[in-house]
Design a protein. Structure first.
Length: 280
């Protein structure tokens, strides 16, 4: 039943303002494309050569999503009146040809990952895994040797990857279970009837995260730490952890910082994830 629900959720087209092109690297990977601006009763002509006079070798359906390109400059050509080389893949082979860039777009692909009580839908450029202690973790990293700006030890560890995005989600049956797991010892002081009290102890603060009301707790110092969110959904407690590091990484051998150090649409990615989580 859960697998059927998973498939159904992934087929729902949910509006999001995530710019997938910012998270692709045509220099290192083939880019997946889909057809756009073609009517339901029409097709997109795949041509043998980049010319309107060239032979049509295949009729691409208006809703096709099985297109890829090896063009390294594809991000500059999508949506424009420029010829683009593409490949259409089938079970038994493929066809190479040309189409105009105004009839294709970057394929906005979403994936899903679930535990027994939580399903998370996320943009597929993120990496998802389930940790040993049951957290769903969503990551995006880049290869870059550095020392963490949060690490003030005399001999900090050299890291070979830099996290651009890191979010963890987990479901608990009760707030008490959360407190036990997180080693919070003042459970009775800040809770009432299984939820947070409305008091002035500053343990947590009210938050409305993209329409989902709950509480948040920030732990950290000197620009580094973790924001933990608590929400009640379907009678269970959803906990979301968002690490933060506002310090620039300590660079080895005077190297330059990478241009893609920060994710500009981070807020929209988190919005999409929050708005589309499912609790069982």
């Amino acid at each position: 039943m859960k697998n059927i629900l998973l498939i159904a959720l992934l087929t729902i087209s949910i509006y999001a303002r995530i710019d997938f092109s910012k998270h692709l690297n045509p220099q290192k990977e083939d880019i997946t494309l889909s057809v756009t601006h073609i009517n339901r009763n029409d097709v997109l002509n795949l041509r043998l050569e980049p010319s309107l006079k060239s032979k049509v070798i295949y009729h691409i359906p208006y809703d096709a999503k099985n297109l890829t390109t090896y063009d390294k400059d594809i991000l500059e050509k999508v949506g424009k009146n420029i010829w683009v080389p593409i490949r259409i893949s089938f079970i038994d082979g493929y066809i190479d040809g040309w189409v105009k860039g105004k009839y294709i777009k970057i394929y906005e692909k979403y994936s899903a990952i679930n535990t027994d009580d939580l399903l998370v839908i996320y943009p597929s450029f993120l990496t998802a895994n389930i940790t040993k202690d049951g957290w769903i973790e969503l990551l995006e990293t880049i290869e870059f040797e550095h020392y963490s700006g949060c690490d003030t030890r005399a001999n900090p560890k050299l890291l070979d990857e830099l996290n651009r995005f890191n979010l963890k989600l987990k479901v608990y049956n009760s707030l008490r279970d959360v407190f036990v797991d997180e080693n919070f010892y003042n459970y009775k002081d800040v809770t009432k009837r299984g939820w947070f009290k409305h008091n002035n102890n500053h343990f947590v603060k009210h938050v409305n995260l993209f329409g989902v009301k709950g509480y948040k707790k920030t732990i950290g110092a000197e620009g580094c730490g973790i924001v933990t969110y608590f929400f009640k959904i379907n009678g269970k407690i959803v906990v979301i952890k968002e690490p933060f590091d506002n310090n620039p990484p300590i660079i080895k051998d005077n190297k330059k910082l990478p241009n893609n150090l920060k994710i500009k649409d981070r807020k929209e990615i988190i919005r999409y994830i929050i708005e589309n989580i499912r609790v069982f």
